[in-house]
Design a protein around this ligand. Structure first.
Ligand code: GLU
Length: 374
């Protein structure tokens, strides 16, 4: 990639397709310094299970580039994205493998990606990616869909525990991005108090509930949450240990581990991010009696509305927002009930139950397709 100063820099990128038994590969593209082959492969596997669990006709895939996107200019990001799209164009396609946004990428990234792929093909191929801006065939509701799905799941879990979400509910959110913000708005609209959110600068806390719109405006001006007037600064570790009803880790993987899981007091833990709790942490919080909503269920709203976007694009027929959200709610509710029933059937936590339910679907599909050539 040629940088703004004229020098050429090499970046390492990946695209992994994990299991394509249920349909074309589906999964995001991550721009983050920690991206490597094993992480990308692990996330592709998670997409296989996620798509299978919620009944989408997709297999699992994931991509990424090891880069800190905040250090690149807009022109450099565009060049990086177009290079990446060019390098992987022969292994993707609207019926082969359909990328989408993930950490560090957004609608603009998808627009550059789609444009590059379309130039190679010689015609506009909107269905090559999802998470596109509305003007280019994106779906209404896609931007908020992951966070909205998280909020739906928190409600489903709260119902099971007989503690409905209302003005007595307190919520702490690790993260303040594409997943955290819409989840905060939706739970806030139900009356819940969002007492803490956080970013790389740490967390902000207000026992009476944060004004999320004010936090957003502050970050727009100041880049980070730190210094937000009228709030108390806390560390991310303090955020995880808050005495709240709901904890939503919605930033990145591996933040709750065997070292800090003992401190978690929340009754509901909603995995907005992919893999925010390590395996040991899942066991610890489950033993403590917390209701854990696993990532493949909790954050599936994003890929579900990606599927809606793909379907709408292939038909060139676009739905209104109510239609999108109604269908999103219905798929998430069915998936939640399926995982809940599976957890009762096997007397296991929701994390294991989600994997059982996903692998059951996958197993049926693989057996029906058969082993060929044998
Ligand atoms: N990156 C998101 C995820 O991890 C969305 C993937 C997609 O929409 O294909 O589920």
């Amino acid at each position: 990639v040629r940088l703004d100063d004229g020098t050429v820099k090499t970046f390492v990128g990946y695209r992994v397709q994990h299991n394509l038994s249920l349909g074309p590969g589906k999964g995001g593209i991550r721009y983050h310094p920690a991206v490597d082959l094993s992480e990308t492969a692990g996330l592709a596997m998670l997409m296989t299970f996620k798509c299978a669990l919620v009944g989408l006709p997709y297999g699992g895939a994931k991509g990424g580039i090891a880069v800190d996107p905040t250090l690149l200019s807009r022109a450099e990001l565009q060049a990086l994205t177009r290079r990446y799209a060019t390098e992987i164009n022969m292994i993707i396609g609207p019926h082969v493998d359909i990328p989408a946004p993930d950490i560090g990428t957004d609608g603009q990234t998808m627009a550059w990606f789609m444009d590059t792929y379309s130039q190679i093909k010689g015609y506009t191929e909107g269905a090559i990616v999802t998470g596109k801006p509305l003007e280019l065939g994106g779906s209404k509701g896609r931007a908020e869909s992951t966070g909205k799905g998280v909020a739906y799941c928190v409600n489903f879990a709260a119902e099971k525990l007989g503690m409905p979400i209302n003005q007595n509910t307190t919520v702490a959110i690790h993260g303040f991005g594409k997943v955290a913000i819409p989840a905060a708005y939706d739970l806030g609209a139900q009356g819940a108090k969002i007492v803490a959110v956080s970013d790389i600068s740490g967390g902000v806390y207000d026992a009476n509930g944060l004004d999320i719109a004010k936090c957003e405006a502050w970050v727009k001006e100041n880049k980070v949450l730190k210094g937000m007037p009228g709030t108390k600064h806390i560390t991310n570790e303090e955020l995880f240990a808050l005495n709240v009803d709901v904890l939503i880790p919605a930033a990145i993987d591996g933040v709750i581990t065997k070292d800090n899981a003992h401190n978690v007091k929340a009754k509901i833990i909603a995995e907005g991010a992919n893999g925010p709790l390590t395996k040991e942490a899942v066991d610890i919080v489950s033993q403590k009696g917390a209701f854990l909503i696993p990532d493949v269920l909790c954050n599936a709203g994003g890929v579900i509305v990606s599927y809606f976007e793909w379907v709408q694009g292939l038909q060139s027929f676009f739905w209104d927002l109510d239609e999108v959200n109604k269908r999103l709610h219905s798929i998430m509710k069915d998936a939640f009930e399926n995982v809940y029933a599976t957890s009762k059937e096997f007397n296991c936590n929701m994390k294991s139950a989600a994997l059982v339910a996903a692998i059951r679907r996958l197993e049926r599909a693989m057996k029906l397709r058969g082993l060929w050539p044998s």
